[in-house]
Ligand binder design. Structure first.
Ligand code: C5P
Length: 277
């Protein structure tokens, strides 16, 4: 029996400028996306029919209905071929929290099944039909993301990032956060230095924004508390929300400062999900 394991790392929007809205209601983004060192795991085993189970700390929160992105991705890959697989999702990332969870799981499922079944990946339109973040999650490498998520340019030359992720356990539905923007669109990102030193990169990041931070904090004030706590950890260089929230990230100068901040946040906020990224 063949078994394929794929990683679905957390997607972090270091910046997220919302620059407009399409006639279909989807928003136009200008975002610098990177991937963290923590993530979900997908295991795909050959077998008859498609079956699915979820394990891990957040396994119980994974929907088992038609909204399950692992199953939707598997259906897309199987098409009418009748191919089968047993899929296991180890859910380590808090669901619906602005770090791509479902999209990263869908992307990892597609990659795993493409390997297992020796089959090509779906085209970009099909990826987008699963979710606007699925194309970027297929890459697992830093990307400049535009359009609604389909226009991707690989980004190289970023300095190493020492990141802490913190999620207050509060649900923030993505459509509600986008809707709360209410047409308040902003300018795209300013030009990025090509091979920045760490200090210059953080300085540039500080001139950028996550335009969804205001609307998300208005819907869930716990996000403001999380940003405040991150900003007050020793040596925090920058703190910002990722995606539509509620996960926020802090950036630190080195691994030691990152570890200290993660330890401090976990002990002061035992109900948050905190991870080094
Ligand atoms: O594509 P996905 O299912 O992840 O998007 C969830 C919702 O988030 C969409 O229905 C839409 O309301 C909002 N969205 C948006 N613009 C984007 C991505 C998502 O308005 N670029």
């Amino acid at each position: 029996m063949t078994t394929i394991e794929t990683l679905a790392p957390a997607k972090i929007n270091l910046t997220l400028h919302v620059t407009g809205r399409r006639p279909d209601g989807y928003h136009l983004l200008d975002s610098l996306v990177v991937f963290a060192g923590v993530g979900d795991h997908i295991t795909a085993r050959s077998g008859p029919g498609l079956s699915f189970m979820a394990t891990g700390p957040f396994g119980g929160a994974v929907p088992m209905d038609g909204s399950n992105l692992v199953l939707r991705a598997a259906d897309l890959m199987a098409g009418t071929s009748g191919r089968g697989a047993t899929l296991t999702l180890e859910k380590n990332l808090p669901p619906a929290s602005g770090i791509g969870g479902g999209s990263a799981d869908a992307a990892a499922t597609l990659r795993g099944l493409a390997d297992l079944w020796h089959q090509p990946l779906p085209d970009r339109e099909a990826l987008l039909s699963l979710g606007a973040d699925v194309p970027v999650c297929m890459t697992n490498t830093p990307q400049h993301m535009r359009g609604i998520g389909e226009d991707l340019t690989p980004v190289t030359g970023l300095p190493p990032l020492f990141m802490v992720l913190a999620t207050p356990r509060v649900p923030v539905p993505t459509p509600q956060v986008f809707a709360a923007l209410d047409g308040a669109f902003g300018a795209p990102m300013p030009p990025r230095p090509v091979f920045p030193r760490p200090y210059d990169f953080i300085e540039w990041l500080a001139t950028c924004r996550n335009d969804l931070e205001g609307p998300a904090c208005a819907l869930a004030p716990e996000i403001d508390d999380t940003l405040f706590a991150l900003r007050h950890t020793p040596d925090c260089l920058l703190a910002r929300m990722s995606g539509s929230g509620a996960t926020c990230f802090g950036l630190y100068p080195d691994a030691e400062a990152r570890e200290r901040a993660a330890r401090m946040l976990s002990s002061e906020n035992p109900d948050w999900w905190v991870a080094e990224g």
